[in-house]
Structure formats: structure tokens, C-alpha cells
Design a protein around this ligand. Sequence first.
Ligand code: ADP
Ligand code: MG
Length: 741
Amino acid sequence: MSRGLDTEAQYLKGVGPKLAQGLAKLGLFTVGDVLHYLPRRYEDRRNVPPIRTLRPGDFATVRGLVSEVNSRPTRGGMVILKVTIEDGTGCVGLTWFNQPWVGRKLAAYKGEVVAYGMVKEANYLLEINSPEFELIDEDDDHDQFARIVPVYPLTEGVAQRTVRRACQSAVENYLGGVQDPLTDSFRQTYNLKPLAWCLKQIHQPEEESDRLEARRRLVFEEFLYLQVALAMKRAETQQELGIAFPIPDLIDGKAPPLVASSAAEMRDLTGKMAKAAVVKKVKHSSHLFEPEAEAKYAGVGLWDQIHQMLPFDLTGAQRRVIGEIFRDMERPTPMNRLVQGDVGSGKTAVAAAAMLAAVRSGYQAAMMAPTEILAEQHYANLHALFDPMGIEVVLLVGKQTKTEKTAAGNKTREGTAKIAVGTHALIQEGVAFDRLGFVVIDEQHRFGVLQRAALRGKGLGNPDVLVMTATPIPRTLTMTLYGDLDLSVIDELPPGRKPIKTHWKKPSERSSVYDAVLGLLREGRQAYVVCPMISENEKVAAQAAEDLFERLSTGALAEWRVGLLHGQMKSKEKEAVMLDFRAHKLDVLVSTTVIEVGVDVPNSSVMVIEDANRFGLSQLHQLRGRVGRGQYQSYCVLIADSRTEDGVIRMETMRDTNDGFQIAEADLRLRGPGELAGTKQSGNLDFKIADLVQDGKQLELAREAAIQLIGKDPSLALPEHAAMLEKVKQRREEQAVVTIS
Ligand code: ADP
Ligand code: MG
């Protein structure tokens, strides 16, 4: 008998052709497949304590016969299912809330149940809430006691016993054929056990510590291949030739000091830089300034110009990030940088500074936003900043007339417009640029890889690319989704902001909420009311917004000017409403989530979110970011009748923190990476064993290891890396690596 891992699974002892058909349903065709099929969880049957010995607070596995099944509705409309099990020493209740499928599964069941969870005491009885559980079917191996038993994922018509048997036999007879793609020295460096040993521990664990050790290696390895793929991608980008912007304030590649602690000091610093820039200007005199700006700005350093352009002093974090961007821009390799910052941290100012640098270096810049409202707002902001400096900004969005589009298009093609702002209208065929050198993508997870590439493709050679994300995302996600980008974080809010106070109120308290809103309106503030997201369907959502608008404008807010904004309105109407609200011709804006992104009205100091329970955490945080943008104390009121555990966690998290990164971490734990990223390009997020929620540390280590490895052997060409290269290639093929080029 051959001992190769490509031996068909049917030849495993105890399997045979018939059971092999079942294994094939799980995608297990060869012995190698079987060896790499990983248990979903384990059951520690060495220690199932008698129920009598359980104490509140224990995490325990319990086992017993079902003696009673009881299901009852509560006044709040919840259904509580309580199943009592007994083992001869005592009984324990297992309870589930609103999980009808558990009821269906257990209603007619009379056998044994194994359950795992935290033991509590309620009314002098022991119970476990929402335990993990399994029915002990007749099919189960009864020789599995007193061991840590692997529990494999199954599919219809395949028994746990079959898979267990196959895995056991593969481990017993074929481990010798396992080749480790990681070299001995690599494993030593990162303290990883050999693959064969790990596979044995995974399928037949003896000690929990060994099993965890084995899992750690497999997790590390899985992260490693993706991180190596991303590092190779980054290295490839570094090989390409991009634009070396002659940034006037960077003398000998050094950014100016970024530690000014006061506005005065900053002005002093920029003054010194201005002098230094004169020297630099001689070097790049050919295209440092546009002729018309030459007279006015000659000798004025870039930092000085940035300072003149912005109506406020930059925060330390903004200056640091701008410095990081400038250093990239100055290098001849293309920049690929991601800027993350919480809502309101001032990403737009950072982008504006970078675009100014590009323009002053003789190039054009473009900024792409995911929605028209946002593009228009960026346009309005950037126009106000750049126009006084003689830099023309144009807008390109789908709803413009042909004439408007042609006019804007001509200006970008001829190069009279230095900056273009738009939606994906920017990447339409026919839109061309004279010297596009710098691209900003305000991305909010909405653009695909292809769209980013398309805008980049309109540039000269390889333009520098700056990606800005609207919401902070957890570091583990950044490393997987954007692992090929360099990262800058704006970790400071502009000064003088008062943290938003968030309250969670029950629907029964609604009238007092609107009373409080009225108080703020009387003080001259404005308010947002976000209506519940009843359905994904835009029409239904619009109807809900209209209903709420009717109710409020004839009821609680009858005395005030109330506007309505939803996705079904025509662009012109939406624009008119937004302008009125911004100009304080409206006091209250009733809206669907279309106000989620970018809307900036500093006089608005309160937001009421109706039925807040229907929104995800990150979305709530985004919405809340619309207030607290001015000097006034701002409030966010979540009206929600949260009944589920998740719902309560969401409301409490919102109430207790304003920190976007903390909120993102909580959201990751609640929803998992795929949902949180909200992206179809989640190939990077598919892991067999690794878990982005709990394995963040291994991810960091694997990323470090990948960077080291690619530093030494950029294309994994060394013979000892051949097996690794094979794995990395597989990873790249199976799940297209997300990149922006
Ligand atoms: P983000 O896009 O990161 O959510 P914005 O760029 O829209 O944030 O900035 C939020 C608000 O803060 C805007 O009104 C902007 O003018 C203001 N702002 C940005 N940076 C500063 C700063 N350094 N000092 C004062 N206000 C600032
Ligand atoms: Mg913004």
C-alpha cells in the first residue's frame, strides 16, 4: 500500500468505497485532505462533572437525559425555552431565548444531551444560558469517553463517526508522509512545532496545552501565506517607477519638525521652513509653482501655504500623517497609503494638504468619493480652500448635464483644473487628465478593487494613491484587507471638541426625548432625526422616512422648520434640502442613513436615532459622527427596545464610548470580519482555522515574519522556500489578494 498523501481516502482503514462517498461530500478525496480536515470543536469528556458538584460561575460540560422541555412567552414578546436534563445526581436547566430551532430540535428528543456553558443560579436552581450543545446520537462512538474528543463539521448523510475514523486512521498510518513547508530554521525562529506533530495533536489531542500549541502553528501558518502574498505585492509595487514629487519643504528627504505645541510655534516653524524652501525652489524651479502663483507664493514654503489655506491649525496627528504622506510622495516609488481616522478627525484637511503638495509640484490631483452628496461636499470644501490660492477645482458627478460634464472634462484634459472631485463618474471612459499625479480615494469600503485601479490608470505612469477610510477598522482587518498598503492613523481629534453624550432610551420615553430636543432648538441649535431602517429596500425606507416626517412635523416639532432627506429623492431635491439645513433655514432634518457619510453642519448638536437597534455598531458610530462637529455640547439619543444580548451590547457600547477603534473591535466580535468589512472582496478574510477575532497576536507575528522573509528573499526564489512559495501561490489563486493596483 502506498503511503503517499494523495492516496484515495477509501483506502484508509475502516473507510472503504461506500463511506468514502460521504467523505467526498465534505471535499475529502485524499488522505491529505483528511489530515487537513480540522475539528470544529472539542469535547473534553475526561471531565464531565456530576451535576450535583456544579457551582455557579463554573464553565462546565454537563451531560444528562432530557427530563422536561418547557417553552413560554414573556410579556416583552420573547420566547424562553427551558430544557431540564438529569444525570442521576441532580438536574440542571438549559435556557435559550428566542431560538425556536432549538425547541424544534429538542421537542421530541428523549436521549442524552451534552452542553457547555457558564453555570448560573436562578431561583435556587442551576441553569446554563444559551449553552453550546449537542445531542448524543446512537451513531456516536461510545468508546470516546475519557478523552478529548474532536467534533468535525459534517454535512447531510455523513456521520461524525465516519469522519473520526478516517482522521484517526490517517493520523495512525500516514503522518510519515507529511512534509513541512516551513523550514526547520524558520520554525525555530518563530517557535513553531513540526507539521506532523501538530496534525496529530489536532486530531488526537492528549493535553489541551499541546492542542493549543498545534493550533497556534496552523493559525500562524495560515496567516503567514496571506501576509507573504501581501508583502510580495508590496515589494512588487516598490519595483515600479512612480513620481518623485519635489516637495519643497522636504530638505534632504527630511520632513520638517512636527512637534509644534502651539499655533505660534507652528507659525514660527513654518516660517523657518519657508526660508529653507527658497533653497529647494532653485533646484526644482521648472515646475514647483504655476506661473500665476509664482509671484504670490514664491519663497513661501509648502507648510506655510497649507497653514494659510486652512482656517484652523492642524492637530499634531494631522501634521504627522501629512509628513508621512510627503515622505512617500518624494520617493520615486508609487505611494500606496491608507489613512485611518475616527469620524471628525479631519481626514479632509490631510487630503487637501497632500493635494496642494501635488499641485505645487506641477501635477493634478483627483479625489473620488462613494456618493454624490459626499462628492459635492468635498467639492464645496476644497473649492473654498483652493480657489483663493488660484487653484481651480472641478466637480464630476453622474447627475450633471452633458454640457457641465464636457466643461469639467475639458478642464481636466487641458490641465487648467488642477483638482477634480467626483464619484465614479471620474473613472468613466472619456474622462482624461493632463498630468494626474495624485489620487485620493475616500473609500468607506464601497469601491471595488477595479474602480480604484481604473482611477489610478488615468494617471501619469503610476500616480501616488491615498486611501482614506471613513470608519476605523480593527487592526486585524486592516492587516488582512489592506496589508499591501502602508498605514497612517490620525489618532487625535481637533481641539475644543466636547465628547458627544450618548443616551439610550426606551420607546416609552420618546416624548421626553423630543422635549429635550425642543430645548436645544430653542437655544438655536439644529437636530437630526434618523428614522429606522425598516428594509434594505430603498422605497420602503423612503416611505418610513416620509411617515416619520409627517408625524413629527405635525406633532412634536410642529412649531419648527423640518426637512426630509431620503434616497428616493431626486438629486436636486436632496441638494436643496442639504443646503437649507446647512444655511439654518431648517431646524430639523429627518433622514434615512443617506446622511451617514461626511455631512458636516457644526451647528447641529443633537441626533435622535429611532429604532437604533436596527443599525450595526459601526453604522451607529458613523451616524453619531454628524454631531459634535462644532463648539456646542452635543447629544446622541438612541431609541431602542433592545431585547437580544447583541442589541444590549450594541446600545451599551455606544453609550459608553466615543472611540471608533473600540467600537470597531466590538463590532468585529459581534458580527465577524466578513459582515463588518461589508465587502464582497472578503477572499482575504476566509480562513480555515485562524480567527481574526481571537488570533490577532499571531497575525501580528505572521506579518512580521512575512516582512522579514520577503526582505531576505523577495520572490521566494531560494530552494528551501520552494514549498512555501507553492503555498503562497495557492493562496493568491484561491482568494484573489485585494490590492489597489
Ligand atoms: P473626517 O472626514 O475625518 O470625518 P473632516 O475632515 O470632515 O473629518 O473634519 C471634521 C471637521 O473638523 C470639519 O468641520 C473640519 O473643518 C474640522 N477640522 C478638521 N481639522 C481640524 C483642526 N485641526 N482644527 C479644527 N477643526 C478641524
Ligand atoms: Mg470626511
